[in-house]
Design a protein around this ligand. Sequence first.
Ligand code: GLY
Ligand code: MN
Ligand code: MN
Length: 439
Amino acid sequence: MTVYIPMKEFAERRRKLMERMAPDSIAILPAASERVRNRDVLHPFRQDSDFQYLTGFGEPDAVLVLIPGRDHGESVLFCKERNPEKELWDGFLVGPEGAIERFGLDDAFPISDIDDILPGMIEGRSRVYYPLGKDHTFDAQVMDWVKLIRSKVRSGAQPPGEFVALEHQLHDLRLYKSANEIKAMARAGEISAEAHRRAMQRARRGGSEYNLEAELVHTFMDHGARATAYPSIVGGGANGCILHYIDNSAPLKDGDLVLIDAGCEVECYAADITRTFPVNGKFSEDQKALYEVVLAAQVAAIDAVRPGNHWNHPHEAALEVLCQGLIDLGLLRGTLAQVLDTEAYKPFYMHRTGHWLGLDVHDVGDYKVGDAWRVLEPGMALTVEPGLYVAPDNTEVEPRWRGLGIRIEDDVVVTRDGCRVLTDGVPKTVAEIEALMAG
Ligand code: GLY
Ligand code: MN
Ligand code: MN
């Protein structure tokens, strides 16, 4: 059961989705499947984010069906039946009765009966919403149910004629976070910030990148956040220039920076924080110079997160500061306009300044509406994460810059008059970082 999101909020989400569905339609959404890791060992189970959003129900082998206007209940769940013998080995199952009582579904059936029951629910509905094309097995299953109905047309059965991707409507709902969702995300941000602080405080002991990963995991687990939102990145020295570095196996070197990009999940809501700091607790002059450019870019980008600005404004704000900084430090030549126009910054800054954040670390929601960037509105949550990366083999720049990789990332939510930073529990100025590491 979820603590941050009350059951009535899940019901409200289902209601909102049904309001957006065509009359005479049905939506079908499967839970995530368990995946084998090796032989009889499974990967830790993570619920599908759409399924989680609409149910809060954390088991595999379940299917949610939404049938607007159905007399016997509009929200129907198929799930595993209770089974004392199986539960003795694998733990508690909610069961169909529990799904109604504890999860507020209107109606529920054993998943083993779905082939007998669901075609009758689809029959007579003209449009079927489902995650079309996401999973071949489920696509085939939906078509099997439809074929069954088609085989009975001479007895008067009416098969559906339209199949529509469920995501379009659902993902637009997910883009706007409620007060409860923001509380869950703030908690994930708070725990993740504490984990980064702990890693900073322990870095001076040296060791390897995985030693700092262990400190992150320790804090996540210690607060009951048992899953990371994505594999943690701990990159010492030039490994900080590898955007998705997850080996985390190299020794940490005195005099190097280390880049940590890590966040936990709380009730499946992600945090996503990056900090970059010196292994020995003190920035060198060159490290500090480049770091200050990234920090100024991040502050400018956060300042651009406010209602009325569009999605690309923070990126543009960050880009200007980064490019001017690269020119001022002599890493790029030319005017600001030239550098922006020719994209000469690309070898140093090749990613965007953020992404939507929510149940998925790279959360759902359109970034453009038609040809125009999406306008920011209260409740939208995003990351702000500019960086600069100087490849170790970049001979165009002075050797002193080579191998520096710096990113600073915070999570923010748009408010009525600006934005709220959810991850400010971990320092990011040079003075604050050095003070924490000296302590
Ligand atoms: N940690 C993934 C990202 O920052 O986008
Ligand atoms: Mn991110
Ligand atoms: Mn990140």
